[in-house]
Design a protein around this ligand. Structure first.
Ligand SMILES: Cc1cc2nc3c(=O)[nH]c(=O)nc-3n(C[C@H](O)[C@H](O)[C@H](O)COP(=O)(O)OP(=O)(O)OC[C@H]3O[C@@H](n4cnc5c(N)ncnc54)[C@H](O)[C@@H]3O)c2cc1C
Length: 433
């Protein structure tokens, strides 16, 4: 069996692995390093473009549940993430360079893996049993005419924003403290507290700071990746209920709960770089330096990378795809990743996993795996294929799962019940794969 995968990001790499390990000859067309999107910088595959966190690994969260399901499904992305992780409390965060290098190495170790460096312009399946398109949120313009032929004008766009990174040595440690929220996991975060006066001054400067002029779709911001200045403009306290929330954080040096706290998370295993958690931004670079340096621990901060905003592209998937990520009108074409309207690294990876697994089975004459709507994996399959009107991107969330048969009032007990049910279900499913 011969397959072509277009795009070597989270979805594409996971799809390649699932096919390769089943004995399929795989050609991956990836434009890097020949051409890079504004958010991609590395020559290696499966690049972490923004936050280096893959979110929580705990079972009382939907992202933790998704990881548990992916573990059962033998996800390469998850395995390599665990191998290259950096300390991040209850979250799974990676050293982005080590992660991407190892993903590349693992795929290139398969003799039947063929990586082609080219900007793909066509969706032709000539010479292949099937094609998986996984060109991501920053799909190159060169492929757009071919996509438009299939989807007409049914493209949707929104914006994503990247958080800045600072060097560890430039952080004022006398103005920061080490702790994880509610003491969960190791004390891996560097917390930058502000008192009320400092916070209000920071807020005033942030809401009046100059932003980069956006060309189009300016107001179409995905809530999960909202620029900090847009969030601040929603109200003086909005950030204190968002990325600057002090809840669960006590400054052991003073014994006090700060008024607002910015958390910094390690960017690499050595801990020489930290990112400003939740500070995706569209401020001009000079303004980022001026305003973010008002946070006492960052007064001398040296910025390794400033925050930026980018276009994000996805298709109106429910009108075109079925539950197997297969195009309804051309059974040799599959789509995966953020292009289909799943949102996030792990969600993209699992969609690549499902599309490859189902494509392999369908073209081997086997029935597709019926992933249950009680699992996050199955619920994401539902999301991309259920037409409920206006379509928008979706993260892993307990809210997309089929409801529990019994009512559980306690919120954390309810989440655990969702997780246990999903894991039991997935365990039964994988036996037949
Ligand atoms: C600026 C920005 C910030 C983000 N921040 C986060 C975050 O913090 N957390 C999070 O979970 N998610 C974030 N995302 C979403 C993130 O991109 C996805 O979660 C994940 O990378 C999507 O995986 P994918 O495989 O669909 O696309 P990608 O990982 O982007 O992979 C697509 C690949 O296709 C290649 N490609 C594109 N067009 C072509 C072509 N025509 N020919 C050949 N190759 C092509 C690209 O070079 C790329 O390697 C962010 C996205 C952007 C754009």
């Amino acid at each position: 069996m011969r397959a072509k995968v277009i795009g070597g990001g989270f979805a594409g790499c996971e799809a390649c692995y699932q096919l390769l390990k089943r004995g399929v000859d795989v050609t991956l067309t990836e434009m890097k390093p020949l051409k890079k999107s504004p958010a991609h910088h590395l020559d290696t595959l499966c690049e972490v473009v923004c936050s280096n966190s893959f979110k929580s690994d705990l079972l009382d969260t939907a992202s933790g549940l998704l990881k548990a399901e992916m573990r059962l499904l033998d996800s390469l992305v998850l395995d390599v993430a665990e191998q290259t992780k950096v300390p991040a409390g209850g979250a799974l965060a990676v050293d982005r360079y080590a992660f991407s290098a190892e993903m590349t190495r693992r795929l290139e170790a398969f003799p039947s893996f063929n990586r082609v460096e080219a900007v793909e312009t066509s969706l032709s399946d000539e010479g292949y049993d099937f094609v998986i398109v996984a060109t991501g949120p920053l799909t190159d313009e060169a492929l757009v005419p071919a996509l438009q032929k299939v989807f007409g004008s049914k493209f949707l766009y929104f914006f994503d924003a990247v958080a800045p990174i600072v060097t560890a040595e430039s952080i004022d440690l006398d103005s920061a403290f080490v702790a994880s929220r509610y003491g969960k996991g190791e004390a891996d975060y560097l917390n930058c507290p502000m008192d009320k006066q400092q916070y209000l001054a920071f807020y005033d400067n942030l809401v009046s700071a100059e932003t980069v002029q956006l060309q189009e779709f300016e107001n179409n911001v995905f809530e999960g990746c909202m620029p900090i200045e847009v969030m601040a403009k929603r109200g003086v306290d909005t950030m204190r209920f968002g990325p600057l929330r002090p809840i669960g954080l006590r400054d052991e040096r003073t014994g006090e709960k700060p008024y607002a706290v910015l958390q910094l998370r390690k960017e690499n295993i050595d801990g020489t770089r930290y990112n400003l958690v939740g500070f995706q931004t569209n401020l001009k670079y000079g303004e980022q330096k001026r305003v973010f340096s008002m946070i006492p621990a960052l007064r001398e901060a040296e910025f390794v990378r400033y925050g930026v905003m980018h276009r994000n592209t996805y298709i109106d998937a429910p009108k075109f795809l079925d539950r197997n990520f297969q195009l309804k009108t051309d059974k040799k074409l599959f789509f995966a990743g953020q292009l289909t309207g799943v949102e996030g690294y792990m969600e993209s990876a699992v969609s690549g996993l499902v599309s490859a697994l189902q494509a392999y089975r369908i073209f081997s004459g086997l029935a597709p795996v019926p992933f249950s709507s009680e699992t996050i994996t199955g619920a994401l399959c539902d999301h991309v294929s259920s037409d409920f009107g206006e379509y928008s991107p979706m993260n892993a969330s307990f809210g997309i799962l089929a409801p529990l048969s019994e009512k559980i009032r306690d919120k954390s007990q309810r989440k655990i019940a969702y997780s246990h049910r999903a894991i039991e279900n997935m365990k039964k499913t994988v036996i037949n794969i």
